[in-house]
Design a protein around this ligand. Structure first.
Ligand SMILES: Cc1cc2nc3c(=O)[nH]c(=O)nc-3n(C[C@H](O)[C@H](O)[C@H](O)COP(=O)(O)O)c2cc1C
Length: 353
């Protein structure tokens, strides 16, 4: 390794040494009918194996974490078998892949829950709508989890982490960003609990820290990453005190030997990334809106250790090679982001050999 970090040079992440600092960001593609990973998904991820690390689309650790159309799960044997084919396809091409564990909490509808109400920290609906097979529908008021159910969910995350490793995946990322279940616990407008899971910043951080610790205990901290989006209002999150919320989060995930922390950087008033740099003790991945020049600048300055690319990875399976060669990028087609088949998924061309 050279002294000056290089976007196209190796970096250690947990027990892995990645050949470059380019990460494929987690992206839901809604192509897993029956919540089962399939051969088309294995092909898609295999095509992107030159990434330093692939983080899969949001994958639910439990049946009640489902939302959106056709997202994969990782709680049944059949799902584990499906993920094994994905892991094998990526490893056969020399890549590395973490599964993103995403429980959507209140961002769901009864029709994705076998008719039951979605679960959340509190019975507070998010403003917004969700796409369903029969059109857009408003989000509903969820049912507040009991403390016993919270404990069951923590174990579900641990089991999902074990399942990921059993499937041959290299690790997991806890999705603590974008207002899904852990993000709902963090946010005072979505979490109105008065027990030890709500109220103070420390209490609101407890669920995120507990699922991270449980996953780390299950498969080793060096296989567990965490994604956060401080200050991001997506999914009707309103957090007037980012410092008060995220200081206990960073404290709770620091010094434990986790594989990485991954920020969707909305540049909140309080510098959470600076706080993580001081205390976390492991690699920091930054994301959102990066091009090669900005990625190189943030790596060179030490602000980030790795950079995650989202939409450009949808349309450029060989993004690493294209960035390295300053080759033009294919433009992503937004109409095929969610759902459908191979079109807009596995048919984006690589550079001619
Ligand atoms: C189609 C699509 C699906 C996404 N799904 C997820 C997801 O499942 N989990 C997640 O953490 N972020 C998700 N994101 C956000 C991306 O990981 C990333 O943060 C975003 O695209 C910004 O990065 P970019 O500017 O490089 O595209 C999704 C983004 C897109 C475009």
């Amino acid at each position: 390794m050279t002294d000056t970090p290089d976007l196209f040079g190796p970096v250690k992440l947990g027990a892995l040494t990645l050949p470059n600092r380019i990460v494929m960001a987690p992206m839901t593609r809604s192509r897993a009918p029956g919540n089962l990973p399939n051969a088309l998904m294995a092909e898609y991820y295999g095509q992107r194996a030159s990434a330093g690390l692939i983080v899969t689309e949001g994958t639910t650790p439990s049946a009640n974490g489902r939302g959106y159309i056709d997202i994969p799960g990782i709680y049944s044997e059949a799902q584990v078998e499906g993920w094994r084919a994905v892991a094998d396809a990526v490893h056969a091409k020399g890549g590395r892949i973490f599964a993103q564990l995403m429980h959507v909490g209140r961002i769901s509808l009864p029709e994705f829950q076998d008719g039951a109400e979605p679960v959340a920290p509190s019975a507070v609906a998010a403003a917004g709508q969700m796409y369903t097979p029969s059109g857009m529908k408003p989000l509903v008021t969820p049912r507040a989890l009991t403390e016993a159910e919270i404990e069951q969910l923590i174990e579900a995350y641990a089991q999902a982490a074990r399942n990921a490793v059993a499937a041959g995946l290299d690790g997991i990322e806890i999705h603590g960003a974008n207002g899904y279940l852990p993000g709902q616990f963090l946010a005072p407008n979505a979490n109105q609990r008065t027990d030890r899971w709500g109220g103070s910043g420390e209490n609101r951080a407890r669920f995120l820290v507990a699922i991270t610790d449980a996953a780390a205990k299950a498969i080793g901290a060096d296989r567990v990453g965490v994604r956060l989006s401080p200050g991001n209002p997506f999914n009707d999150i309103d957090d007037p005190d980012v410092e008060g919320t995220y200081t206990p989060v960073i404290q709770g995930i620091s010094g434990k030997g986790l594989a990485y922390v991954h920020f969707l950087d909305a540049k909140p008033a309080f510098d959470v990334i600076g706080l993580a740099r001081k205390h976390f003790g492991g690699p920091i991945i930054l994301n959102a809106g990066y091009d090669k020049a900005r990625a190189q600048a943030d790596i060179a300055s030490g602000r980030a250790d790795l950079i995650a690319f989202g939409s450009s990875y949808i349309s450029n399976p060989d993004l690493v090679e294209r960035l390295q060669q300053d080759a033009p990028l294919n433009a992503p087609d937004q109409t095929t982001f969610y759902g459908g088949d191979a079109k807009g998924y596995t048919d984006y061309p690589k550079l001619a050999a």
